[in-house]
Design a protein around this ligand. Structure first.
Ligand code: C2E
Ligand code: MG
Ligand code: MG
Length: 704
C-alpha cells in the first residue's frame, strides 16, 4: 500500500449511491411518462371511437338522404366536448356533406388530411397539437362516406407537462434527500473507515505511531476495528520506543563511557580511523592529547569513589567545553582521558602550536577549582601530545607516544603539557627490553641478593636489609634502581618479590641451622603488598622454610598508603600476627600523612638518605631529621637512619636520639657469605630478637 488511494471509500460509496439513485429515478420517471402518454393516447382514441360509434348510424342516414341539415342537427347535439375542434362528414367522392368547426379555431386548425379522408377503415394520427381520427360510414355494409374528427391535444400536453415538471421536482428532491442520507451514512460508516485508511497511510509513510483514529460513539464492527487499530498502534509505539531506547543503550554501552558520556576506546578508534583517511586526503596533521589526573588515586581513596566519580564527570564536561566540535574527547578508563584533534594544520609548526594551545586550554579548564558537595577540590592534569599524519597514524603507537609524553609531563612536576619526542620512544623501548630480560632472569635464577647490615648505637649489627642485584650477560650488574621501577609497572614485581622473600627465608633458615640468627628487612613494593593472596603466600614461604616470621621486617614505602588505607592496615595486622614487623622506608619522600602514621602497626621509620645527606649541608635538613626523630619517639616508633656516610652525620643523628643506622659508614651491601662471617654463632635461647656483633670498622660509638 503506497500513497493515497485515487478515491476514498466514502467518496466512492457516496458517488455510487447518488448515481444509482439518479438513474433509478430517471428510469422510473421515463416509464411513468411513457405509461401516461399511452394511456392518454388510448383515452383519445376511445373518446373518438365512442363519438363515431354514436354518430355514425345517424350520419349514414343523412348521407343516404343527402341531408346536410339532418347531419348538422345531429352533430350540434354531440359537439359539446371541449377538446373536439372540428367535425367533417364526407361523401364517398370526398366532398363535404357537412363540417363543423369550433368557433375561434378556424384559422389555427389545419386542413383535413386526404389520407384520412380517403381511408376505408378507421384510422388516427397524432401530430404536434392535434389528434385526428377518421371512420368510414357504411349503410348496410356499403361504404357511403366518412367522418373525420380533429381533437385538440393541449389538455393532454398540459397534463403531461405538469407530470414532467412534477416528476422533475420530485426527482431533484429525491436526489437531495439521497445526497443527505448518503452523507449521514458516510459519517456513520465510511468516514471512520476513511480516517482509518488515512491513519494507516500516515503510519506507513512517516513511521509515526502517535496517530490515533477517533472511535465512533456507536458501538459497531467499525468502532471495534478502530479500537483494535489504535491499540495496535499504541503497542507498536511502545515497542518501538523500547527498541529505540535499547538500541540507544547498546550504542551508548558499546561506544560511550557510561560514567562521563564521553566516547570510549572503541569509538575513539573509529573516529581516529576516519580522521586518518581524511588527513590523507587533506594533507592535514592531527593530534592526540593523552591526560591523566595528578594524584587522582589519593583523592579517590581518601574522599571516596562518589566524589571521585563526580570529579571525573566534571573533568569530562570541562574537556568537552574546552575543545572544538570536531574534536573527540574520550575516556579510556580510570582517570585517563584522550582528545582526538583532527586538522590542526598542514605544517608541523602550526599543528604543534594549535595542539599546544588546545592542551593548555584543557589543562587550565581542568585545574580550575571543582565545587563538589560544598567542598572545593583541586585537580590538575598531566598532558602528553602526539601528532599524526599519513605516515604516523597507527592508533596504538600514537596512544603509546602520547602516554609516554604524559609520563614525562608527570616526571617534570605534573600539571603540565609535554610533546612526545623521539628519545621518549627510546626510553620506552629500553624499558620494554629490561622488562623482557628481567622476566627471563627471574625464571633462569640470574638474580641474587646482597645484605646491608644495620647497626645500633653500640655499633652492633642487629639486622640486615636484603637488596636485590641482577647480573645480566649483556647489560652487566644492574642495581635495583635500574629495574625495580620497571618491574613495579607490571605484575613482574610480584614474581620478583616472591623470589626475594623465599630466597631470604631460605637464607635465614640456613643461617639458623648454622646457629646464626639475624633479623632481615625485605623491601616490599606497594603493588606486591596489595596483590591478592600476599599474606597467604608469606605464610606458605615461612612455613616451608621453617623459619620464625619474627626474623622478618617488611619495609613498606609511603606509596602503600595511597590505596585503601583500611585494607592496608588489616593486612599489616594479619602479618603482624604471624610475627612480621614493619618499617616505613624512605620516610619523608612520599605522601606522608601523620594521621595514617598513628594508625599503622609500624615498628620503625627509616629516614630517607636524602635527609641524612642534608644534615651537614643545610639547617633545614638537620631540622627535618631532628623533627622526624622527635615525632617517632612521641609515637613510640623506632627510627633507622639510612645512608649514613659521614661521621658528622652520625654525630648529629645520635645527638637527636637516633639509635639505629644503616649506611656505607658502617657496611656496604655484601654477599651473604660475607655477612655470615659477621654474625657470631649462638644458641637461639640467648637471643632476644636482635643479634648483634660489634662493628669492626668503626669505633666512635662509645663517646655517645
Ligand atoms: P632502599 O630500600 O632505601 O635501600 C637502601 C638503598 O640505599 C640501597 O640501594 C643501598 O645500597 C643504598 N645505601 C645504603 N647505604 C648507603 C649509603 O651510605 N650511601 C648511599 N649513597 N646509598 C646507600 P640499592 O641496593 O641500590 O637499592 C635501591 C632501592 O631499590 C631500595 O631502596 C629499594 O627501594 C629497592 N630495592 C632493592 N631491593 C629490592 C627488592 O628486593 N625488592 C624491592 N621491592 N625493592 C628493592
Ligand atoms: Mg629499604
Ligand atoms: Mg630506603
Amino acid at each position: 500500500m503506497t500513497g493515497r488511494p485515487a478515491a476514498s471509500v466514502t467518496g466512492r460509496l457516496h458517488h455510487l449511491f447518488l448515481t444509482s439513485t439518479a438513474v433509478v429515478l430517471m428510469v422510473a420517471g421515463v416509464v411513468v411518462l411513457a405509461l401516461e402518454l399511452m394511456s392518454s393516447r388510448d383515452t383519445m382514441i376511445s373518446k373518438a371511437e365512442s363519438f363515431t360509434g354514436l354518430t355514425a348510424p345517424h350520419l349514414a342516414n343523412a348521407l343516404a338522404t343527402e341531408s346536410p341539415l339532418l347531419a348538422n342537427l345531429l352533430l350540434e347535439n354531440y359537439f359539446s366536448e371541449a377538446d373536439l375542434l372540428g367535425i367533417y362528414v364526407y361523401r364517398l367522392d370526398g366532398s363535404d356533406l357537412v363540417h363543423m368547426i369550433r368557433p375561434g379555431t378556424e384559422e389555427t386548425l389545419p386542413t383535413p388530411d386526404m389520407r384520412l379522408k380517403n381511408s376505408i377503415k378507421a384510422d388516427y394520427r397524432f401530430s404536434h397539437k392535434l389528434f385526428e381520427y377518421s371512420q368510414p360510414i357504411r349503410l348496410k355494409q356499403e361504404l357511403i362516406g366518412q367522418i373525420y374528427l380533429q381533437y385538440s391535444l393541449s389538455t393532454v400536453v398540459n397534463q403531461l407537462m405538469f407530470y414532467l415538471l412534477f416528476g422533475l421536482v420530485l426527482y431533484l428532491v429525491s436526489l437531495l434527500s439521497v445526497y443527505h442520507l448518503s452523507r449521514r451514512i458516510q459519517r456513520g460508516i465510511s468516514q471512520p473507515i476513511d480516517q482509518l485508511l488515512r491513519a494507516m497511510h500516515t503510519v506507513i509513510g512517516s513511521q509515526k505511531y502517535e496517530v490515533r483514529v477517533p472511535v465512533p460513539k456507536q458501538d459497531s464492527d467499525v468502532s471495534d476495528l478502530i479500537r483494535g487499530f489504535n491499540q495496535m498502534l499504541e503497542q507498536i509505539g511502545k515497542n518501538t520506543q523500547q527498541l529505540a531506547a535499547q538500541q540507544k543503550a547498546i550504542e551508548q554501552h558499546v561506544f560511550f563511557d557510561p560514567l562521563t558520556g564521553l566516547a570510549n576506546r572503541r569509538m575513539l578508534l573509529q573516529r581516529m580511523e576516519r580522521e586518518v583517511i581524511r588527513s590523507r586526503r587533506s594533507g592535514h596533521i592531527g593530534g592526540l592529547l593523552y591526560m591523566d589526573l595528578d594524584h587522582f588515586k589519593t583523592i579517590n581513596d581518601s574522599l571516596g569513589h562518589a566524589i571521585g566519580d563526580a570529579i571525573l564527570m566534571g573533568v569530562a564536561k570541562r574537556i568537552s567545553a574546552a575543545v572544538r566540535e570536531v574534536d573527540t574527547p574520550a575516556r579510556l578508563g580510570g582517570d585517563e582521558f584522550v582528545v582526538l584533534l583532527p586538522e590542526l594544520g598542514k605544517h608541523d609548526s602550526k599543528a604543534s602550536n594549535n595542539a599546544l594551545s588546545v592542551a593548555e586550554k584543557v589543562r587550565q579548564a581542568i585545574s580550575e577549582p571543582h565545587l563538589i558537595n560544598d567542598r572545593v577540590l583541586h585537580v590538575t592534569p598531566s598532558i602528553g601530545i602526539a601528532l599524526f599524519d599519513q605516515e604516523n597514524s597507527n592508533f596504538e603507537t600514537l596512544i603509546m607516544q602520547a602516554d609516554l609524553a604524559m609520563y614525562r609531563a608527570k616526571d617534570e612536576g605534573r600539571n603540565r603539557v609535554q610533546f612526545f619526542l623521539e628519545h621518549m620512544q627510546e626510553h620506552a623501548d629500553h624499558r620494554q627490553q629490561i622488562e623482557e630480560r628481567l622476566r627471563a632472569a627471574i625464571d633462569q635464577d640470574l638474580l641474587h641478593l646482597c645484605y646491608q647490615p644495620q647497626v645500633n648505637a653500640k655499633g652492633e649489627i642487629f639486622g640486615a636489609e636484603a637488596l636485590v642485584r641482577w647480573k645480566d650477560s649483556d647489560l652487566g650488574v644492574l642495581n635495583p634502581d635500574a629495574f625495580i621501577p620497571i618491574a613495579e609497572m607490571t605484575d613482574l614485581i610480584c614474581c620478583l618479590g616472591r623470589w626475594v622473600l623465599s630466597t631470604v627465608c631460605s637464607q635465614i633458615a640456613r643461617w639458623n641451622e648454622d646457629g646464626r640468627y639475624l633479623t632481615v628487612s625485605i623491601n616490599i613494593s606497594p603493588r606486591e603488598f596489595q596483590q591478592k593472596g600476599f599474606v597467604e603466600s608469606v605464610e606458605e614461604i615461612v612455613l616451608t622454610t621453617g623459619i620464625s616470621a619474627d626474623q622478618l621486617v617488611f619495609e613498606l614505602t609511603e606509596g602503600v598508603l595511597l590505596s585503601d588505607i583500611d585494607a592496608t592496615i588489616a593486612k599489616m595486622k594479619r602479618l603482624n600476627r604471624l610475627g612480621v614487623s614493619f618499617s616505613l622506608d624512605d620516610f619523608g619522600t612520599g605522601y606522608s600523612s601523620l594521621r595514617y602514621l598513628k594508625q599503622l602497626p609500624l615498628d620503625a621509620l627509616k629516614i630517607d638518605q636524602s635527609f641524612v645527606c642534608d644534615i651537614t649541608k643545610d639547617a633545614n635538613g638537620a631540622a627535618i631529621v631532628a623533627t622526624i626523630i622527635a615525632m617517632s619517639r612521641h609515637l613510640k616508633i623506632d627510627v633507622v637512619a639510612e645512608g649514613v656516610e659521614q661521621q658528622d652525620q652520625l654525630d648529629y643523628l645520635i645527638r637527636c636520639g637516633c639509635s639505629m643506622f644503616q649506611g656505607f659508614l658502617f657496611f656496604r651491601p655484601m654477599p651473604p657469605e660475607e655477612l655470615e662471617e659477621l654474625i657470631p654463632k649462638r644458641h637461639k635461647s640467648h637471643l632476644d630478637g636482635t643479634l648483634i656483633t660489634t662493628v669492626p670498622t668503626w669505633d666512635g660509638f662509645d663517646s655517645y
